[in-house]
Design a protein around this ligand. Structure first.
Ligand code: TEU
Length: 537
């Protein structure tokens, strides 16, 4: 039997995290943009879901070239979201309800409007020159072939000082130089500011990108032009891990705080890279996101492989996490290949997210089955969408306003929202789904409640039984001999399940049939697209 330790019962291991894209959650002052008071007003809803923590997309002061991922003051709240006193009120109200609050922390770059950058840019001899990455060009071209994640060279020429600065994203997002010890010290102070204020942790944006090749060598191969491939020299240098280890020391000097990192690596490299930032399981990130499930087609084998791959990469003392969608990628209900029977499939995805071993991250609106919104060119705000339209509409499709009611603007705001509401809001909204026992919302709520009720589901070992064969996935979650079994039918056909033992089970949850019936699992039928959770009697 596995040995369990006190350290296994920390909140971030047994809890569920709800990801709020602040701009789109709830607008309390009628300016069309979600804000902190809006979140405060909806805390009862968040509590009703049963989640343990919220993660807020960036709310710092920002010129908003990249929806707040370009920070001009790490200690100030942008006025569009409220004030520092609104933030303190939110933190207090969360803690009152036993909800933890995680902030986004952007360490790879600041806004070009940040006073640090303004100083750095002012002259070659400025004391903060080395806080950013400045290099001379080669003849008339940039210092090397590194590309911005948003396309084009990652170098911007500065007329005044006649050097280039590096920007791994927009030119308005200059990269910080983590080799400079003064920068490191100054940045850690900004992090400490929030820890001292009482926030419970951070989601670390693009954290693998903070360490780059010391010699600034060209990225190899033609794939580097597209920023694909896993051997890029512009990220994942040992320095990234070193800084994360230092950060972990700071985090561990407080009680009960957590860091989860975004390591965006295109498949197939994604799980290995993400897991490498867990270090030995105790000395780097507490958790890292693996985006494999987001990129899988609807296929039991492919899903199973993604799950197993991810588990295989987690170091011995490390802890997995799972995520189905986020503000950069499409909504899970619009995933490649999901197509028909979306409702049923979304419920199966919810079961996967909430019954695996690892902390689930639920993206706002996922619990309502919200879908990607279609936008015209003029409606797009995301700089990526503006740049690549009509080839790629950008990332706004997964950022549309939360669908609270069937009122105007889906009850999100009294005025026109910054992005249009999805046209399906008359059917898909909280008010409707709350009263429908079979809604995806109630599947989410039930799953979260089951995860709380049964330690097997939060802490238990994961033991696969059917590995995607014949369109089925099945696994046990076992905690001290208490067994729960999950069976998922990815197909539109009935399946007969035979487990060969004559044991009776109760149904804890089924997406198709009434609960709390007893079944003989020796030989029973799983309905088309059914997800079912059984408990050994
Ligand atoms: O994303 C980092 C990142 O690598 C992704 O932007 C990825 O390249 C892109 O989504 C592919 O479509 C983080 C944030 O999540 C994102 O919103 C920010 O724009 C970015 O960092 C810069 O801060």
């Amino acid at each position: 039997m596995t040995n369990y330790f006190q350290s296994d019962f920390v909140w971030w291991k047994h809890g569920v995290v709800y990801h709020i894209y602040t701009k789109s959650f709830y607008d309390s002052n009628g300016d069309g943009v979600g804000d902190l008071q809006g979140i405060i007003q909806k805390l009862d809803y968040i509590t009703s879901l049963g989640v343990d923590a919220i993660w807020l997309s960036p709310i710092y002061e920002s010129p908003m070239h990249d929806s707040g991922y370009d920070v001009s003051d790490y200690r100030a709240i942008d006025s569009v979201f409220g004030s520092i006193s609104d933030f303190k009120e939110l933190l207090f109200e969360c803690h009152l309800r036993g909800i933890k609050l995680i902030m986004d922390m952007i360490m790879n770059h600041t806004s070009s409007e940040h006073p640090w950058f303004k100083e750095s840019k002012s002259s070659k001899t400025n004391i903060k020159r080395n806080w950013y990455i400045w290099k001379a060009g080669k003849k008339d071209s940039p210092p090397n072939n590194w590309q911005s994640a948003f396309g084009g060279t990652a170098w911007q020429y500065d007329e005044q000082t006649q050097e280039y600065y590096l920007h791994s994203f927009l030119k308005e997002q200059p990269d910080l130089n983590w080799r400079d010890k003064h920068l490191r010290k100054a940045f850690f102070k900004e992090i400490k500011y929030w820890l001292d204020l009482g926030v419970d942790g951070f989601r670390l944006d693009a954290i693998n990108m903070i360490g780059k090749d010391k010699l600034f060598r060209d990225n190899p191969g033609f794939l580097s032009m597209l920023n694909l491939g896993n051997k890029l020299l512009s990220r994942n240098a040992p320095r990234s891990h070193k800084i994360v280890r230092k950060l972990r020391e700071l985090i561990d000097s407080y009680d009960d705080k957590m860091i989860v990192g975004e390591i965006f690596a295109p498949p197939p490299g994604s799980p290995e890279k993400a897991a490498s930032y867990l270090g030995d399981g105790m000395n780097q990130l507490h958790m890292a996101f693996d985006f494999s499930l987001i990129f899988r087609r609807w296929n039991a084998k492919r899903y199973y492989e993604a799950i197993e791959n991810w588990y295989n990469q987690i170091p011995k003392n490390g802890w997995p996490s799972f995520v189905l969608s986020n503000h950069d990628l499409f909504r899970s209900k619009n995933r490649l290949g999901v197509g028909n029977n979306k409702e049923e499939k979304a419920k199966i995805m919810a079961i996967i997210l909430l019954t695996l071993k690892g902390t689930p991250f639920v993206y706002y609106g996922e619990e309502l089955g919200m879908e990607n919104v279609k936008l015209t060119k003029n409606q797009i705000v995301d700089p990526l969408g503006k740049k690549y339209w009509p080839l790629f509409a950008g990332r706004d499709m997964a950022r549309s306003p939360m669908q609270w009611t069937d009122d105007r603007y889906a009850g999100f705001s009294t005025n026109e929202p910054w992005l249009p509401v999805h046209k399906n809001f008359k059917e898909i909204n909280l008010k409707n789904l709350e009263v429908d026992c079979d809604s995806i919302l109630n599947v989410f709520k039930n799953l979260i409640a089951l995860r709380k009720e049964y330690p097997s589901l939060s802490m238990g070992d994961w033991k696969p039984i059917i590995k995607g064969d014949n369109g089925l996935i099945s696994y046990y979650r076992i905690f001290k001999n208490r067994k729960i079994q999950v069976i998922l039918n990815f197909t539109g056909q009935k399946k007969v399940y035979k487990n060969g033992t004559e044991v009776f089970w109760t149904v804890l949850l089924s997406t198709m049939r009434s609960e709390y019936i007893e079944i003989d699992s020796k030989n029973f039928e799983i309905l088309p697209y059914e997800g079912i959770i059984l408990k050994l009697l």
